[in-house]
Design a protein around this ligand. Structure first.
Ligand code: FDA
Length: 308
């Protein structure tokens, strides 16, 4: 019931200023975000590696309309990748990139700027043995993001993208992206979307998720099952086994701070378990989407504020 208002708040600049100004908020945010600096992300990557989990790091930021900030985000990814390499943590690591953080919404040729900036991040990743996955934002950006994915894959065939099962179009997108070399991270979807483009009912979203997983697991690409939902994970495991897949040709993914014991259990059972680790100061939108998707997260936030 609170999902829609919280997602509206996630896009409000005024509410952002208010919520960021509450000193106790930051302490609560730390459950979901590794920290402000590259060093925090590297520390978390090392901790996760110790029990067999791997990483995709998101340098937080979105919706920028400032070319300088987009360039700074590229630099932050380059620094992050070289810091991971220095610590021997880059090989097999992944970074997650929001195209709106690297220029997609700039007034002058935003798509071109985002493509160029994403290219730079891909080059930095390739140099250290890491990969890049394009996050998926609201439905108005889906076509453009998939267009940029196609261009990037011409040069860097290992670039992956997120698809969102709540969108009605996604089963077809999965078919188109289930070929050899294609890396698709399938999630349910975290934005407020209209009924015309997205399933509204949770059970419809879950059914779509399963249909999409079937397509991806039966295909020739590399499916990434991004969900905390025990039912989706169990279905992913069964479909992978039915398709004769091994831990080297698909993986499971969860967000940092969510179901960590389950993450460890999946990794210990021999599957590839990748944790999405956000870092940086631009945590507001990401954090609010986490509050919107689960009442227990909102309760955790409110309790955290009350006890500090
Ligand atoms: P959902 O929220 O429907 O929860 C289903 C069940 O999972 C719950 O009933 C409970 O059993 C269990 N569960 C969930 N959270 C739990 C918790 N905190 N503790 C215990 N149990 C819990 N979205 C997007 O739009 N674009 C993107 O690019 C991405 N990227 C992305 C990457 C990765 C790696 C992940 C895991 C997720 C995303 N998302 C995303 C977010 C995604 O769309 C979605 O909002 C969240 O993952 C929540 O959906 P779930 O599939 O986890 O199930």
């Amino acid at each position: 019931m609170l999902r829609a208002p919280l997602l509206a708040v996630a896009r409000s600049r005024r509410m952002r200023a208010l919520i960021e100004a509450v000193p106790a908020t930051r302490a609560v945010v730390r459950r979901f975000v590794s920290g402000a600096d590259t060093a925090d992300a590297v520390r978390v990557a090392r901790e996760l590696a110790a029990d067999g989990r791997t990483i995709t790091i998101d340098h937080l930021g979105e919706d920028t309309t400032d070319a300088g900030q987009a360039a700074a985000t590229v630099q932050a990814y380059e620094q992050l990748l070289s810091a991971l390499a220095e610590q021997g943590l880059a090989d097999g690591a992944d970074v997650s990139v929001k195209l709106s953080a690297v220029g997609q919404f700039l007034p002058d040729d935003g798509e071109g700027v985002a493509l160029e900036n994403a290219r730079k991040i891909c080059a930095a990743a390739e140099a250290v043995g890491a990969t890049v996955t394009l996050d998926m934002e609201d439905h108005t950006t889906t076509d453009a993001t998939l267009g940029i994915l196609r261009k990037l894959r011409g040069e860097y065939p290992w670039v992956g993208a997120v698809l969102q099962a709540y969108l009605r179009r996604t089963e077809q997108d999965c078919r188109e992206l289930s070929g050899p070399g294609s890396r698709v991270r399938l999630c349910k979807g975290a934005y407020a979307e209209p009924e015309s483009v997205a399933f509204q009912d949770k059970s419809e979203v879950d059914k779509s998720y399963v249909r999409c997983l079937r397509v991806l697991m039966a295909g020739q690409g590399y499916p990434m099952v991004a969900s905390h939902d025990p039912r989706m994970i169990a279905i992913g495991q069964r479909l992978a086994a039915d398709a004769g897949r091994t831990p080297s040709d698909h993986e499971f993914q969860m967000l940092y701070g969510i179901r960590p014991e389950e993450q460890k259990r999946i990794a210990a059972a021999g599957a590839t378990m990748r944790v999405y680790v956000p870092c940086g100061n631009e945590w507001y939108g990401y954090f609010m989407r986490r509050l919107a998707e689960r009442p227990a997260n909102l309760a955790f936030f409110l309790r955290g504020l009350a006890t500090r």
